[in-house]
Write a protein that binds this ligand. Structure first.
Ligand SMILES: O=C[C@H](O)[C@H](O)[C@H](O)COP(=O)(O)O
Length: 235
């Protein structure tokens, strides 16, 4: 079985693509930034590069809501104010990476275990701008293991129910989410109907949420190509 480290291995070439999409995302959202603007910011290596780019505009907009403690810390490190989501209304945009994205702009997210806060912050944003290198562009979701965040006492129960659904859940040992919960990863689980599957898994008692972002997918995809270009797609 391929490991998470293998899935997430970062080559210099991939980092260059991530940097390119991070810069493109900054140009995408620049017209939205005013002294009153608060934006949503995601989590992960691609989002980190976006935060670094966003730091060049610190002070020209109000601030950000972060989808993880790690992103909040990085934003603050760039002098960007971080707000509690409860103190902010709707945001014009949420920018984040993905582990996979399909032609319908449905995504798998949560390789870094930040899926629940990501889904909440994304829900409060008018637009979701997904930034990804071309390795994330897939025809069918599910080559990347689908994360499911569970309340710890429900982990075994939820795992048994997922097996009944044809999945092979693996407990992500040693990982505690920012919400104090645990992660089950569903390996080798092709997802032909992401909207239905997102809802089905979320209905299991003990599941906080799963890493399918399908009912609310991306609105814009900025995809880094090997030739150095960034392709822009809109839903
Ligand atoms: O929990 C992590 C997030 O969903 C990330 O957005 C996702 O895993 C993509 O991360 P990266 O940009 O590091 O590939």
């Amino acid at each position: 079985m391929e490991t998470f480290m293998a899935f997430r291995s970062k080559t210099a070439a991939q980092d260059a693509l991530k940097r390119a999409v991070a810069k493109a995302a900054l140009e995408e959202i620049r017209p939205l930034l005013t002294p009153e603007t608060v934006i949503g910011v995601g989590t992960g290596s691609t989002a980190n590069m976006f935060i670094d780019e966003l730091g060049t505009l610190a002070g020209t907009f109000k601030g950000a809501v972060a989808s993880s403690e790690a992103s909040a810390e990085r934003l603050r490190g760039h002098g960007i104010d971080v707000f509690d989501l409860n103190s902010v209304g709707s945001m014009p945009v949420y920018v984040d990476g993905a582990d996979e994205i399909d032609p319908g702009f449905a995504m798998i997210k949560g390789g870094g275990a930040a899926l629940t806060r990501e889904k909440i912050v994304a829900a409060c944003a008018e637009r979701f701008v997904c930034i990804a290198d071309e390795s994330k562009d897939v025809a069918v979701l599910g080559q990347f293991p689908l994360p499911v965040e569970v309340i710890p006492m429900a982990r075994s129960y939820v795992a048994r129910e997922l097996v009944k659904m044809g999945a092979d859940p693996i407990y992500r040992q040693g990982v505690i989410t920012d919400n104090g919960n645990q992660i089950l990863d569903l390996y080798d689980f092709p997802i032909e109907h992401p909207v239905e599957m997102e809802s089905r898994i979320n209905q299991l008692v003990g599941v906080v949420t799963n890493g399918l972002f399908a009912a609310r997918g991306a609105d814009v995809l900025l995809l880094g190509r090997k030739d150095g270009s960034v392709e822009r797609r809109e839903a």
